[in-house]
Design a protein around this ligand. Structure first.
Ligand SMILES: *[C@@H]1O[C@H](CO)[C@@H](O)[C@H](O)[C@H]1NC(C)=O
Length: 395
């Protein structure tokens, strides 16, 4: 009994005597309003708890030896596919000349219609070696025959032999093999066409460039050159106008993220043949971690964003009649160059919940308690106010 009475003194929640309890209309209204307020606030709190935010974080990119995936889709409306060459070079000295692996060329009929032609492969070899005598041995015109053979039996072989020597080939005039295969006519017929290049390539993740330039490329240890004869001497004026439908360095980030590739949709019209476009691209590694996924786990997206500046210039100097060879001497070839640089920083976009579950419970308790306290105050004030008014009325 004694212990109980000591505890009784401690009771902070002193009870109202049952008889003194009365229910009033005003109390009912206040109760109803406070229930609504509590529900509204709890809904807000739960919504807040469920909200997922993407928090970007900047770290030093410590990954090593990675490859940089490139996907591209570019249309050249005034360049036939047989003239376009894609080369990749990087500071490590690695070169991929005339890249075709993973790259798809689509011939486009004469601009402006630009609808794809149904023959997608280059059928330059269609008439190759029709009916040659078994002991036929074609001349190589002074070039070394390819792959240890003694003869150049087809136009392609003569072309390869010329390429090896670093000689310009042109339309193959005077080369019997090419005249037999109508090589020049094929090339002329194609010269009205455009070309779409799309596909994927992998490059080392170091500073480098990839470029589209007219003509076959040759690389010697000292330099990288393109056979520009066909490009400059074609009666049809080829130009390096281009539309970049798509250029990205890895998978897209989920929708809602900043996933815009700045070059998508870029179109440039070249005013003349000898024109050079440069795109300077800064590639930033970016990863996206959905809620609960750690780096390197399934579901984490590793990709790259980029920023770009571009520059274009005419290679034609003052006089219009400058010989193509001088262009080379001046260190410029017509083409579209993408020069990429890798940023040392990496952006990690992490999905996080801002609130914990315990925080949610605390919030809900605070809402209920606070609302009830305020409601009690309001109720008491209204009740007493009404009582006073009643008395004044009676008095
Ligand atoms: C390249 O882009 C063009 C234009 O947007 C589109 O029609 C074509 O299907 C794309 N090619 C590929 C392989 O995605």
């Amino acid at each position: 009994m004694a212990r109980s009475s000591r505890l009784t003194r401690l009771d902070a929640f002193s009870k109202t005597v049952e008889d003194a309890r009365i229910k009033t209309t005003s109390g009912g209204i206040v109760t109803l309003i406070s229930v609504l307020v509590v529900m509204y606030l709890i809904a807000g709190e739960v919504g807040d708890y469920r909200r997922i935010e993407v928090v970007p974080e900047l770290i030093v990119d410590k990954s090593r030896g990675e490859q940089l995936p490139i996907s591209l889709n570019i249309t050249f409306p005034h360049m036939p596919c047989n003239l376009l060459t894609l080369d990749v070079m990087d500071v490590s000295g690695e070169q991929q000349s005339g890249v075709t692996h993973g790259i798809h060329l689509t011939r486009l009929s004469k601009f402006p219609e630009s609808s794809p032609i149904d023959i997608t492969a280059l059928d330059l070899h269609a008439d190759e070696a029709p009916h040659l005598a078994p002991d036929y041995c074609g001349e190589c015109y002074g070039a070394t025959p390819p792959d240890g053979k003694k003869c150049c039996n087809t136009c392609t072989e003569v072309r390869e032999a010329y390429e090896k020597m670093g000689w310009a080939f042109g339309l193959g005039e005077g080369v019997t093999q090419c005249e037999r295969e109508h090589y020049g006519e094929h090339i002329k017929a194609m010269s009205e066409e455009g070309c779409n290049i799309s596909g994927h390539l992998q490059v080392n993740k170091v500073v480098g460039n990839f470029h589209f330039a007219p003509g076959k490329s040759f690389s010697t240890p000292q330099m990288h050159v393109h056979d520009l004869q066909q490009f400059f001497e074609s009666p049809k004026e080829h130009k390096l106008s281009h539309t970049i439908h798509h250029l990205s360095f890895g998978p897209d980030l989920p929708v809602g993220e900043v996933s815009h590739n700045p070059l998508d949709g870029a179109t440039h019209e070249a005013p003349e043949r000898a024109y050079n476009y440069m795109y300077f691209i800064k590639v930033v590694s970016t990863s996206f971690l959905p809620l609960g996924v750690k780096p390197g786990q399934d579901g984490a997206i590793e990709t790259h964003q980029y920023s770009v500046t571009s520059h274009e210039r005419s290679l034609q100097g003052g006089s219009d009649k400058e010989h193509p060879d001088t262009l080379h001497a001046r260190g410029g070839i017509p083409g579209v160059f993408f020069s990429y640089d890798i940023s040392p920083m990496k952006v990690v976009n992490r999905e996080v919940r801002q609130r914990t579950f315990v925080g949610l419970l605390t919030g809900i308790c605070a809402i209920i308690g606070g609302t009830l306290t305020v409601a009690t105050l309001v109720d008491r004030t209204v009740y007493e106010g009404l009582g006073k008014m009643k008395k004044m009325h009676e008095g």
